[in-house]
Design a protein around this ligand. Structure first.
Ligand code: PMP
Length: 353
C-alpha cells in the first residue's frame, strides 16, 4: 500500500550539494562564502531577545523589506522576502505561469531547480541550449513561444554573466513576456538589473543572502520588481506559508545589508582569487569559461571530471560534479580563501601528473 500521490511518485527532486559530516573538508562544493558574515550580524544575534520568540514574526518581514529597499534604491512595495531565494523562485512559478499556458523557458545548462519547480507546479517548459562557449543565445531565446524566462545571471554552474545592457535589450523587446533574473551571484559581477525593474514591468530580480552576504545558514532571499509582481508573490506566500522569514533571520539580514563596506572587501577578495585560480587552472590545461560568480566551471583536462572530483575528495577537498550529459567533463569549484585555493591547486597538480 502506498499513500503517495502520483505527483510525489513521479517527481525527480533537486539534489543539493553534499554536506558531509565524516571529516573536515576544504569545502568548495556549494558556493558558500569562505569569509564569515559581517561583525554586525554577530552583534544582532547577541542583542536579539529570545523572549520575543514567543510571538510570530512580522508576516511580511517589513523591517527587512525597508532595509533591502534602501540598499537597492527602490520602495518597500517593490520588495518581497522569502525563506531563501529557492522559496522566492518556487513561488514565482504558480504566481506567473499556468499549467495550460505557454510555459517557462530556460537554458539547458542552468540552475537545475527551475526544472524541479516547473514539474512541481505543472508548468510546461522550453529548454533552450547555451552556445558552445557557454554564453546565452538571447537572440534565439527571444523566438521561443513562452510566457516567460528564467535566466540565472551570472549563470550556474558555468559562472557566465550577461551585461546589463544586453539584458535590457532582451526585456525591452519582449514587453508581454516576464523575465525572471536569478541574481544569486550578482555581487561578484556588479551588473544587477534591479535598475531595470523601475522601467520595465516585465522584470523580476531575485537575490539571496546566502552567497555574497555569507548567510546561507539563515535562509533568506528576496525579489525586487514592479509592485504588481510583488503583490502576486505575497498572494502565493499566503497560500503556502504566512511567515517564511523568522525573527532572527529578519534581524540578522537587516544588520548585514547595512554593512556595505565589510562585504565589498570580502567580495573583492573572492573576485581577485577567482582570477588567480582561473589563470592557474587554464595553465594546467582546463577549459574554464570566464566567471562572473564566486565559482569556476573547469573541465576537459586530461583527467575526467568524475575522477578529479573523487581524487580531490580523497585528499580532503570537496568540489561539485554531476554525472550528467554536458556536465560530466567538468567540476564546479567554489572560490575559497587564498590558503584553501592553494591546497586545491597543489592537489590538482598531483592528480594531473
Ligand atoms: N539560484 C542559484 C543560481 C543558486 O545557485 C542557488 C543556490 N543553490 C539559489 C538560487 C538558491 O539559493 P538560496 O536558496 O540559498 O537563496
Amino acid at each position: 500500500m502506498s499513500f503517495l500521490s502520483k505527483r510525489a511518485q513521479g517527481i525527480a527532486p533537486y539534489t543539493a550539494g553534499e554536506q558531509p559530516q565524516d571529516r573536515t573538508y576544504i569545502k568548495l562544493n556549494t558556493n558558500e562564502n569562505p569569509y564569515p558574515p559581517s561583525p554586525r550580524v554577530e552583534e544582532a544575534l547577541h542583542t536579539f531577545e529570545s523572549a520575543a520568540l514567543r510571538r510570530y514574526p512580522r508576516p511580511n518581514a517589513d523591517v527587512l523589506r525597508a532595509a533591502i529597499a534602501k540598499r537597492e534604491g527602490v520602495a518597500p512595495e517593490n520588495v518581497f522576502c522569502g525563506n531563501g531565494s529557492d522559496e522566492v523562485l518556487a513561488l514565482t512559478f504558480p504566481a506567473f505561469f499556468d499549467a495550460e499556458g505557454r510555459g517557462a523557458c530556460f537554458a539547458d545548462l542552468t540552475y537545475s531547480f527551475y526544472e524541479v519547480f516547473a514539474a512541481f507546479f505543472c508548468v510546461p517548459t522550453h529548454i533552450f541550449p547555451l552556445k558552445a562557449d557557454f554564453t546565452f543565445d538571447l537572440e534565439g531565446m527571444k523566438g521561443v513561444d513562452c510566457a516567460g524566462y528564467y535566466i540565472a545571471n551570472p549563470n550556474a554552474p558555468t559562472g557566465v554573466g550577461i551585461a546589463r545592457e544586453e539584458v535590457e535589450r532582451f526585456v525591452a523587446a519582449l514587453p508581454d513576456k516576464l523575465v525572471i533574473l536569478d541574481e544569486a551571484y550578482m555581487d561578484f559581477f556588479g551588473e544587477s538589473c534591479v535598475p531595470l525593474t523601475k522601467r520595465y514591468q516585465n522584470v523580476l530580480v531575485v537575490k539571496t543572502f546566502s552567497k555574497s552576504y555569507s548567510l546561507a545558514g539563515i535562509r533568506c532571499g528576496y525579489a525586487v520588481g514592479d509592485a504588481a509582481l510583488i503583490d502576486a508573490l505575497f498572494r502565493m506566500k499566503d497560500c503556502f506559508n504566512s511567515y517564511p522569514v523568522d525573527m532572527v533571520a529578519e534581524a540578522v539580514c537587516a544588520a548585514a545589508i547595512a554593512d556595505e563596506e565589510y562585504y565589498a572587501a570580502c567580495t573583492q577578495q573572492v573576485k581577485s582569487e577567482r582570477e588567480r585560480l582561473r589563470a592557474e587552472l587554464q595553465g594546467m590545461g582546463f577549459t574554464v569559461p570566464k566567471s562572473s560568480a564566486n565559482f569556476l566551471f573547469a573541465g576537459r583536462a586530461k583527467v575526467c571530471g568524475g575522477e578529479i572530483y573523487r581524487a580531490l575528495k580523497a585528499a580532503g577537498v570537496l568540489v561539485r560534479h554531476w554525472q550528467k550529459p554536458l556536465l560530466e567533463d567538468f567540476v564546479r569549484i567554489t572560490i575559497g580563501t587564498p590558503q584553501q585555493n592553494d591546497v586545491l591547486l597543489e592537489q590538482l597538480k598531483k592528480i594531473l601528473s
